[in-house]
Structure formats: C-alpha cells, structure tokens
Design a binder for this molecule. Structure first.
Ligand code: LCV
Length: 260
C-alpha cells in the first residue's frame, strides 16, 4: 500500500507530512500507524521538536476519523483501541513538543488531534469543525476533555452542537491556537518557532510537557459518573441516528435524524 505520510529530519526537528489527498488525509488506521511510527522514531532519535503538517497547499489538513472504519452500530466507535485514540495519546505522550502547522480544513477527530498538539500555527484560510453531531457520533470522554482544554465550555458547546467550522482568526482570538501566519511564511515561521524550542533544555521541556498533560487530565470523575456517561454513549451508538449518520456519509447524502 502506498504510504500516506512523509517524514523529514532537519537537525533537531522532525517533520511528519500527511499526504493522502485522495482521502483528504482521513485518519485511517494505516495513516495513523505511519504517524505513530514516525513519532516513535523521532523520540528514539531524541529529536527536540516535531512538526505535524499536511502536503503544502493542502485544501484539507485532515477530514478526521476515517468514517469507513467506524462500526455501524453495537460497538463503541471511539474505544480505547481506536486509531484516533492511539494517535491523540501518542502526541500527548511524545517526549518533545509537537507543533501542528496547518493549511486547509481541520475536521472532527483531526480537530482533537491538532488540539492535542502542544502548539498550533495556522494559515488564515484554515477552519476547525467539531463534527460528532453531524454524523450522530457519541464522542468519547477524553476527547471531550481535549476540546475543553482547548477552548471555553461555551465555545466547545457551540462547535459541538452546530458542527460548523470556525475560522483560524476566531480560533486565535479565542486563544485556541498560537499564531495565524500567511501561507507564504508559514513554513519559515514554524521552523523558526521550532528552532527556538530546540535551543532550550529538552529534559526541562519534556518534564513540563508531562506535568501539563497530567494536570490537564486531572478532572475528578466518580465511577458512577463514568458509568453514566458510558451508558449514555452506548444508547447513542446503538441508536438509529448513529447508524443513519454513518450510512448517509457512505451513500454521500444528508442524514435524516429521528432522535432515536
Ligand atoms: C473517510 C473520507 C472522509 C472521512 N473518512 O472531498 O468527530 S466525529 O465524531 O465526527 C469523528 C468520528 C470524525 O472525525 O468523523 C469524521 C468527521 N469528518 C467530517 O465530517 C468531514 C467529512 N468530509 C467532508 O466533509 C469533505 O470530504 C471535505 C469537506 C473534508 C472535503 O470535501 P471535498 O469535496 O474536497 P470529497 O468529499 O469529495 O471527499 C474526497 C474523498 O475523500 C473521502 C470521500 O469519501 C471521498 O472518497 P471517494 O473519492 O472514494 O468518494 N473522505 C472525505 N472525508 N472523514 N473518507
């Protein structure tokens, strides 16, 4: 199978490029496996910063979870072993900072992937869309926490309930991303930012990254609270609307939701 990514090393900086335009860089298991292998290689080589990007000029950074890989019912679509869940955890646990360098649209699980990165630099035309409601998907708890760590609850509610894209400019204004940079300057700007980080003490940065990850995840939840959420999510992925959402995407038509 042709690869869906490219990697490059520039001194202490590693670059992972998503490059499956035919499927709009959907986060399929093969593509995610390649990204995780690159992250593991960069960690083994003790690279100091990783940049995650799409092919230059990509109209879509990533279309999110590969919907064709989602179960149509009776199984948690975003369980612990789902490729998207692995990818988010690998980025969060990678010992060096990961910078998302964005061009094009960022959809669904790709939004969570990008928000799990340490820094985000986006071209002005970039948009972010949180799409579970568009397809009837019961997003998972740690995924919702990723969103809550990226934006205020009110903004997360708006994005989750409307499933509509928001602009890079608005995301920057809301503190969801670090910089908006013209496409022509994006790569040079991001490499310079990565260089600033690479010049500093990698162990100190790695420890602060892990501290921030642990603190960001330190939200109290009772076992009953967890079980209630899992029960609610099961009611969704066992519902007509979830099956309808997945089938509508595959049949290239608008879903007709009934609320059951
Ligand atoms: C598989 C795809 C995809 C795709 N999977 O090109 O957040 S949750 O809960 O929803 C989570 C479960 C999740 O992340 O779900 C995925 C959320 N993603 C989206 O809602 C975006 C879905 N895609 C689109 O809206 C469009 O593809 C965009 C706007 C990204 C690009 O539109 P464009 O007209 O440029 P096409 O739609 O024609 O897609 C080109 C090919 O990529 C496939 C799509 O099926 C088509 O394949 P074929 O050429 O074989 O027909 N594709 C796009 N997105 N998420 N496959």
């Amino acid at each position: 199978m042709p690869s869906s990514t490219h990697t490059e090393v520039r001194g202490p900086i590693g670059i992972i490029t998503l490059d499956n335009p035919a499927k709009r860089n959907a986060l399929s298991k093969p593509l995610v496996d390649e990204v995780m292998a690159a992250l593991a290689d960069f960690a083994q080589r003790r690279l100091r910063v990783t940049i995650l990007r799409a092919q230059p000029g990509a109209p879509v950074f990533s279309a999110g979870h590969d919907i064709a890989e989602l179960p149509e019912s009776r199984r948690d679509p975003l369980g612990w072993d789902d490729p998207l869940r692995y990818l988010v955890r690998e980025i969060e646990n990678h010992p060096a900072p990961v910078i998302a360098m964005l061009e094009g649209g960022v959809w669904g699980g790709a939004c969570e992937t990008v928000f799990a990165c340490d820094l985000i630099v986006a071209a002005p035309e970039v948009t972010f869309a949180v799409t579970p409601a568009k397809w009837g998907v019961p997003y998972n708890i740690s995924g919702m926490l990723t969103f809550l760590n990226a934006a205020s609850p009110r903004i997360v509610r708006e994005m989750a309930y409307t499933a509509k894209p928001i602009s890079a400019e608005r995301a920057e204004r809301l503190g969801m991303i670090n910089y908006v940079v013209p496409s022509s300057e994006l790569e040079a700007f991001t490499l310079a930012l990565a260089g600033d980080i690479a010049d500093n003490a990698p162990l100190s940065i790695a420890v602060m990254k892990e501290q921030l990850r642990i603190l960001a995840g330190a939200k109290p939840m009772s076992p009953q609270g967890y079980e209630r959420i899992q029960g609610l999510r099961r009611a969704v992925y066992d519902s007509h609307d979830y099956t309808e959402g997945i089938r509508a995407f595959k049949e290239k038509r608008k879903p007709v939701f009934r609320g059951d």
